[in-house]
Design a protein around this ligand. Structure first.
Ligand code: SF4
Ligand code: SF4
Length: 282
């Protein structure tokens, strides 16, 4: 069972839901795919056992063989290669590792070099949660290879909880893809509703079964998220109240189920409901 936890915008409580679900289930894997700013480790406090460098393909041009014909730059759809009269300039940050340049080069002047984009850390928490953390190198705009590396650690027959990046961009889609269920976390505000509507479109296109959790329920008394879910036939899986004690604990790196253990049962019930929904969907 692979469950992704996503939200149309940052700061809605996506990580809160993901970590509390993991802490309530315990025998599971937690995968932090929020590779630009992973923070689940602050709450889960895993003991890291190994780290792996994540590298991607980059073209390496052999200056002696290169005739400056410019075909590689023409083939590059990402403007990563630019042909000048006497030089070929390579912008590694733009390269998508498609290898088209190497394929078209008539002089066999392009070979492979590896370029580091980030790392993953693997460990375990004291309560048997297997933890995988992805971290993108600073200034690198390519989260997807790191997310793919994190996801490659999912074990067959395990319960895997994937904390997605915020927003609705490609790294989010990469995280949600091939998961069995997606929890969309939102807050009861007009901004929350706006971003939720986009996130709903994304999961519908992906064909992933999903439900909504409303975090900070009661904040401002706005009911538009609930009305939207009712109109669209989207299940509201849980409501987490707007509560200063929960917010204070979060700011100190303490999870909801640690200050209010009675919530464990609610998260276990949430998992059971998701399991039923996935069985019905499949
Ligand atoms: S296609 Fe090959 S020979 Fe032509 S400019 Fe590129 S690297 Fe040089
Ligand atoms: S590998 Fe693809 S994206 Fe990268 S430089 Fe070559 S053609 Fe461009």
């Amino acid at each position: 069972m692979k469950i992704s936890v996503a939200s149309g915008k940052g700061g809605t409580g996506k990580t809160t839901v993901a970590i509390n679900l993991a802490l309530s289930l315990q025998e599971c894997q937690f995968l932090d795919c929020d590779v630009e700013e992973p923070n689940a480790h602050i709450f889960l406090k895993p003991k890291i056992e190994t780290t792996e460098d994540i590298t991607v393909y980059n073209p390496l041009i052999d200056e002696e063989k290169c005739t400056k014909c410019g075909l590689c730059a023409e083939a590059c759809e990402f403007n990563s290669l630019v042909a000048l009269p006497n030089n070929i300039i390579f912008f590694k940050e733009l390269c998508m590792s498609c290898k088209a340049c190497e394929f078209v080069c008539p002089e066999d002047a392009i070979s492979e070099q590896r370029f580091s984009v980030g790392e993953i850390s693997i460990g375990k928490t004291h309560d048997s949660i297997e933890f995988v953390n992805g971290l993108l190198d600073i200034g690198i705009p390519r989260g997807i290879p790191v997310i793919q590396a994190v996801k490659s650690k999912i074990k067959e027959n395990s319960i895997a909880i994937l904390d997605a990046p915020p927003g609705n961009s490609c790294p989010v889609i990469e995280t949600i893809s091939e998961t069995d269920y997606c929890i969309l976390v939102t807050e009861p505000t007009p901004f929350g509703l706006y971003d939720l509507t986009i996130a709903v479109e994304v999961v519908r296109i992906l064909g992933t079964p999903f439900g909504v959790i409303i975090n900070r329920d009661g904040l401002g008394g706005d009911l538009s998220v609930e009305e939207f879910c009712e109109k669209e036939g989207i299940p509201i899986l849980m409501k987490i109240p707007f509560d200063k004690e929960i917010a204070k604990a979060y700011s100190e790196g303490i999870a909801l189920v640690e200050i209010k253990p009675e919530w464990k049962k609610q998260f276990q019930d949430l998992y059971a409901e998701i399991e039923r929904s996935v069985k019905n969907h499949g």
